[in-house]
Design a protein around this ligand. Structure first.
Ligand code: MG
Ligand code: ZN
Length: 373
């Protein structure tokens, strides 16, 4: 009987499969057997993206850290399929657009569909619903991952245009590098000045360390951590854990209705591109310390959904024979991204939606459902 049912199921599945328009790569849209049900709505969502953070990056960080990570505190774990509409191997722009806007698009696209039409993002929808919004990253703030939440562009490389979208977005908080794209511009506009006139406090690393910056809750806030790319952890970068916690506290005060915050550990990916295990591990542990700070906030707050995932794996990173917990013998199969499934960790109200295996675009759908937007 069970065998028969299996055959019926397979037959039904192949009929569905025949009707699916052949696109490359093919999207699998069949419904899960058990659809998770939302039990409780979160007031706030904090989405944390470890760029290039595959399972091996997590594993290497865990062993180096005495066989323990903050990530282990998360009760719900799922898997997402990271491919883009144009390529089995996604880039960070298409990967972030899947999370921010729920569409598979081509590599390089910033919150636009494959036909270049802009799609609304979860950050914009939260802003329109009266929630506070913000982003913190260890790359430039206009880099592909954050850009896909707050800008719309046919190419991730149009940094000046992306900055222009930010300046008129009404976003409550931005912390990251890339200050130069806001004032060294071909259109000669000074977006820093313009944002100050739009009720922003704008500060940067030339003026004061992040820890010394005063966050005035009556104003919106921008802090630039570098003119271009921020330093690596090994060069002394320290701001991500503290700035992320400060960002959550700040946004919590900015709106009665709640907030959406995206936090990115951007340079785990850069360690992968460099095939540099130490670079990966130090950035991974900085991101995990940030996760610890955010979990503390969410635990005290009780109304915050925290999601941690990656856009893709980078490097085809492996831990090879001869390795110990203290010393990893690393292998790499590539200096680019790979197509392996990516873990998703969830904590707090709404986390029940995130178990299972699903497309990367489902992360947007689940956040939207959790918010009730
Ligand atoms: Mg990134
Ligand atoms: Zn990359």
């Amino acid at each position: 009987m069970r065998r028969l049912l299996q055959h019926v199921f397979l037959l039904a599945f192949s009929l569905v499969a025949c009707n699916t328009k052949p696109t490359a790569p093919m999207e699998n849209n069949f419904e899960p057997l058990v659809k998770p049900v939302l039990k409780e709505r979160p007031r706030n969502i904090i989405l944390m993206i470890g760029d290039g953070m595959g399972l091996t990056q997590i594993t290497a960080g865990m062993y180096r850290n005495g066989n323990k990570l903050q990530l282990e505190e998360f009760p719900i774990v799922g898997l997402h399929k990271p491919y883009s509409s144009s390529n089995l191997i996604t880039d960070s722009a298409a990967g972030a657009t899947a999370f921010s806007a729920g569409v598979k698009t081509y590599n390089g696209a910033i919150a636009v569909k494959p036909d270049s039409v802009p799609v609304p993002t979860i950050l914009e929808q939260a802003h329109e619903a009266g929630l506070a919004t913000g982003m913190v990253t260890t790359s430039t703030i206009v880099h592909a991952t954050p850009a896909a939440f707050l800008a719309h562009n046919v190419s991730r490389n149009n940094f000046q245009q992306i900055a222009l979208d930010y300046a008129s977005s009404g976003v409550d908080l931005l912390i990251g590098g890339g200050r130069k794209y806001f004032y060294k511009r071909t259109d000669r506009r000074n977006l820093i000045q313009e944002m100050k006139e739009e009720n922003y406090t704008v500060s940067d690393f030339h003026v004061e360390a992040f820890e010394e910056a005063v966050l005035d809750f009556d104003k919106k806030f921008v802090y630039f951590t570098a003119e271009t790319d921020p330093k690596t952890v090994r060069q002394g970068r320290e701001y991500l854990p503290g700035a992320s916690r400060a960002a959550a506290n700040f946004l919590d005060k900015r709106s009665e209705k709640g907030f959406f915050l995206m936090i990115e550990g951007a340079q785990i990916d850069w360690g992968g591109h460099n095939n540099n295990s130490e670079y990966i591990i130090t950035e991974m542990l900085d991101f995990d310390a940030t996760i610890g700070n955010i979990l503390k906030f969410a635990e005290e707050d009780g109304e915050t959904l925290v999601i941690v995932t990656a856009d893709h794996e980078t490097g085809g990173y492996s831990i090879n024979p001869g390795s110990t917990m203290e010393k990893i013998i690393a292998g790499f199969t590539s200096d680019y991204h790979t197509a392996t499934l990516i873990p998703v960790f969830a904590y707090g109200p709404g986390s029940e939606l995130f178990g299972g295996t699903y497309e990367n675009t489902a992360i947007y759908d689940k956040m939207k459902e959790a918010f009730g937007l």
